[in-house]
Write a protein that binds this ligand. Structure first.
Ligand SMILES: [Zn+2]
Length: 165
């Protein structure tokens, strides 16, 4: 059985089911049936507005957003979940932080739900650095279906990669 690199850490019976779908050539179909909504967030400006609107709704109190952009150089393999850079500079003893959010370009053409999932993930990092309980609590606060979406997004990346071979 091939390693499913986007699904490392999921239980063996789950992986076996995914593997079976791949072998039957049905993974894409299953995903398409479930996620048939595209989104219209095409440019970095639109992406900024989109992320900012989510932040306004759920995380008004956290640090302001810096840049928000699609990044075609993000390696989906290494950073499947985007990166969240904290740019901190010390000014006369005071720490000033602004937050830059980069989202892999693959999400520009992904179903709407996956863009939302990745945006929620990156926004949650404004408050929680680690992938711990507090972090995922925040994710599910912003998107109740977060865990399912993250899993399905990993399936989506697995499918894209299989198609590209
Ligand atoms: Zn993360």
């Amino acid at each position: 059985m091939e390693t499913l690199k986007y699904l490392v850490g999921y239980p063996p019976h789950v992986l076996a089911r995914v593997q079976a779908l791949i072998e039957q050539g049905r993974l894409g179909e299953v995903l398409n049936n479930k996620y048939d909504q595209l989104h219209a967030v095409r440019t970095d400006g639109q992406l900024y507005d989109y992320v900012q609107a989510l932040k306004e709704r759920h995380l008004r109190q956290s640090v302001p957003l810096g840049k928000v952009l699609y990044d075609s150089k993000l390696q989906v393999m290494k950073h499947a979940l985007g990166t969240h850079t904290s740019i901190s500079r010390v000014h006369g003893g005071k720490l000033k932080a602004s937050r830059e959010i980069r989202i892999a370009t693959v999400f520009r053409d992904a179903p709407a739900e996956f863009l939302k999932m990745i945006a929620v993930h990156e926004l949650a990092h404004l408050k929680e650095a680690e992938h711990d309980k507090a972090f995922y609590r925040l994710c599910t606060h912003m998107e109740p279906d977060y865990h399912q979406l993250e899993f399905d997004m990993r399936l989506y990346l697995t499918h894209l990669e299989a198609g590209a071979r």
